[in-house]
Design a protein around this ligand. Structure first.
Ligand code: ADP
Ligand code: CDP
Length: 233
């Protein structure tokens, strides 16, 4: 298969000479703080491939379409090849990380309503914060595509919040990416402990990549816990 891109967490291949489909290969590599911290999380690729596949299936069962076609192997997933929006959509239900810092509050405060942030996807620039007027002014995407992506991001929030709540975890925040296929905005990339903050509802213990970012130990166990929960989908 022709490799078209290698990122921090995944490798993209064109599927079987069919440019409309991609195989995404999930690696064990882990990075944090915009690539300044690097490491490996054993079996992360397998866990994240399975977790993403299960969550995309759950969302599909609730009417939310994504790039996901099927899980091909332990580390590989077949997806539709999309024209990606160069924007990351972050949805937050509780204060954590930069939001807690920005607003001068503690982590873990429940927000009255979800916060949606947008960042320009650029490793060189450190994914800076942008808003709708930037997107329009720099022609990063069509305004209606951004509106649609935000709408989907919030619908995803209701489904994932409920799912994790029933399984003992709080969905603190997460990042989504979207792409366009035949004029339709579709959810893409991955939904994993690399891209979500999940806390144990009782102990508030972190069950996500913050264990790696903050050297808390028990990193593999955290990914395994999310894998176990989602494998019941
Ligand atoms: P990064 O690029 O941030 O290092 P990854 O290692 O996860 O992240 O790389 C995966 C890349 O694939 C991302 O740049 C993401 O935008 C892109 N991508 C995800 N899903 C699709 C898709 N369906 N079609 C095209 N590109 C995609
Ligand atoms: O709040 P903080 O700055 O620490 O993190 P953030 O970068 O704003 O991330 C908020 C949420 O989005 C977390 O769950 C991150 O894991 C996720 N995120 C991501 O997956 N990839 C990025 N490039 C940025 C954020």
């Amino acid at each position: 298969m022709k490799k078209i891109y290698e990122g921090k967490a995944k490798i993209l291949y064109v599927y079987d000479n069919d440019e409309t489909k991609l195989v995404t290969y999930f690696k064990d590599d882990a990075t944090a703080f915009n690539g300044q911290k690097k490491g490996t999380i054993m079996q992360k690729g397998e866990f994240n491939n399975a977790i993403s596949a299960s969550l995309f299936k759950l969302l599909k069962s609730k009417g939310i379409e994504s790039h996901f076609i099927e899980k091909l192997s332990e580390r590989e997933m077949l997806v539709h090849h999309l024209k990606m929006l160069p924007v990351e959509f972050i949805v937050r239900n509780y204060t954590a990380g930069s939001l807690a810092k920005k607003m001068g509050v503690e982590e873990g405060i429940k927000l009255i309503s979800p916060v949606v942030e947008m960042c320009f996807k650029s490793d060189e620039l450190g994914d800076p914060f942008i808003n709708d007027t930037y997107i329009k002014a720099f022609d990063l995407a069509k305004p209606e595509e951004v509106e649609e992506a935000k709408k989907i991001a919030l619908a995803v929030n209701e489904i994932l919040k409920d799912f994790f709540d029933k399984n003992g975890l709080m969905l603190v925040d997460y990042k989504l990416e979207f792409g366009v296929l035949n004029g339709k905005v579709l959810l893409a990339d991955e939904i994993t402990p690399d891209t979500m903050r999940l806390w144990d509802k009782v102990t508030l213990e972190k069950v996500d990549k913050d264990r790696f970012r903050r050297d808390l130990g028990g990193v593999e166990e955290a990914y395994k816990r999310v894998y176990d929960i989602t494998s019941s989908i």
